[in-house]
Design a protein around this ligand. Structure first.
Ligand code: PMP
Length: 445
């Protein structure tokens, strides 16, 4: 076998070589077929090998593959910014700043928020608040905002202390309360934190509308984001919505925040925006955020060599048009309900399933030792990894997530197939997952 110098993720002892993708399936060099039950990292939302997208990228690259962002603008970048503004569900205009990854998008959001206040003479407003059980990216700024113990611990001395408030985690409410009697204590905690720190020091609060990998899909109760937005406005703090995982149809709405009709000041996008066809992400800033910036420095103090790359922008534009043309947001909503109901039925025969939750085709399954007491799985046994491995052997790809119990990866998975999945394929996915859990049950006995 040829020597490999590629640094690989450590947890993957088995690392197949992918050679082809088509629809919801991937194929390795041994001819093994895998159902992409997680769209990679909740990314490949329109499935693999879609000819329209490849054609759009090819046509763009024939004319122009690269220009530097400060020397030229291009049609694909201009049209993509217009398209993103069109699909945001508010009357306010949103401006786009293009980057290459979700981490860059949230880190740009952080810088934009700070710059917004600086342009108005507020130099002290630099702190960003966030929640424990969150993930906003791997670069140091984005990681600072992430309440994710395992990813932070190694770099702790280099990180700013941003995560402050508790997440809306109803299955294991941090306040031991239940909705609606809780009166949204988790949202009100933001105000307590602001009062303690002083709003004159705080630029923004960042949150994933539905927590992804750090919590195994945590959907907040109704009223949560309305309260959060009110608190932010009252204290002159910008609200950043990190829609890197949830955005562009994944949850059955174009943006997950549309479920609660709340308009964020800044939105971070990535992953599904180009569905994996090209590396591109975006930070969208509302007119309110941009006004002082445009009046003052005239632009945002950030940027990368590949920002607004024309080929990537052409891919993202083609992906969003494809999602609209094939009504994939609606399909995600409907098929998500179908998948959720089918998974719910597994709970009876598999006591290892503690909770199943999600919106659209973004569903989290949290595993427990005991369904009644919600006792978490003993993390040293690595059962979630076993489940993922067993599913992969049976040709189903799942995504590891943390249940958020102690902020460590291990007790939950995310099921998030491409939005183009058909009902009969959903049945097949659930049937393989059932088989996997049967096998794990046998092994545990
Ligand atoms: N924000 C959220 C909500 C994410 O889920 C992720 C990726 N899992 C990121 C940011 C970082 O994106 P990337 O991996 O593209 O840098």
């Amino acid at each position: 076998m040829k020597e490999s110098l590629l640094i690989k993720p450590l947890m993957n002892d088995f690392y197949p070589k992918a050679v082809r993708g088509s629809g919801i399936y991937l194929y390795d060099d041994q001819g093994k077929k895998y159902m992409d039950g997680s769209s990679g990292a909740i990314t490949a939302s329109i499935g693999h090998g879609v000819k329209n997208i490849i054609k759009a990228m090819h046509n763009q690259s024939k004319n122009l593959s690269f220009v530097y962002r400060s020397q030229f603008t291009t049609d694909p970048a201009e049209n993509l910014a217009l398209k993103l503004n069109e699909i945001v569900n508010t009357d306010e205009r949103y401006w786009s700043f293009f980057v290459n990854s979700g981490s860059e998008a949230t880190e740009t959001a952080m810088k934009m928020a700070i710059q917004h206040w600086q342009e108005q003479g507020d130099y002290k407003k630099t702190k960003i608040l966030s929640r424990w059980i969150s993930y906003h990216g791997i670069t140091l700024g984005a990681l600072s905002m992430s309440g994710h113990v395992t990813r932070r611990e190694r770099f702790q001395p280099l990180l700013e202390d941003c995560p402050t408030v508790s997440p809306p985690y109803c299955y294991r409410c941090p306040f031991k309360k239940s909705y609606p009697d809780c009166n949204l204590t988790c949202a009100s905690e933001l105000e307590t934190a602001i009062n303690r720190i002083g709003s004159e020091h705080i630029a923004a609060f960042i949150a994933e509308p539905i927590v992804g990998a750090a919590g195994g899909v945590l959907v907040p109760p109704d009223g949560y984001y309305q309260r959060i937005k009110q608190i932010c406005e009252k204290h002159r703090i910008l609200f950043i919505s990190d829609e890197v995982m949830t955005g562009i149809g994944r949850t059955g709405k174009m943006f997950a925040m549309d479920y609660w009709n709340v308009s964020p000041d800044i939105i971070a996008l990535g992953k599904g925006m180009s569905a994996g066809y090209a590396p591109i992400a975006a930070t969208l800033a509302s007119e309110k955020v941009m006004k002082p910036i445009l009046k003052g420095s005239k632009s945002v103090m950030s940027g990368h060599t590949y920002s607004a790359n024309p080929q990537s922008a052409a891919a993202a534009l083609a992906v969003i048009n494809y999602i609209e043309k094939h009504q994939l947001v609606k399909k995600s909503y409907e098929n998500g309900k179908y998948l959720l109901a089918k998974l719910e039925r597994l709970k009876k025969s598999h006591p290892i399933i503690g909770d199943i939750r999600g919106k659209g085709l973004m569903i989290g399954v949290e595993f427990v030792s005991n369904q009644m007491t919600k006792e978490p799985l003993p993390s040293e046994k690595g059962l979630t990894n076993k489940i993922i491995k067993c599913a992969r052997e049976k040709g189903l790809l799942l995504y590891p997530a943390s249940s958020g119990v102690d902020g460590r990866v291990g007790d939950a998975i995310i099921i998030a197939p491409p939005l183009v999945i058909k009902k009969r394929e959903i049945k097949q996915l659930v049937s393989i997952f059932d088989e996997v859990l049967q096998e794990i049950k046998r092994e545990r006995r």
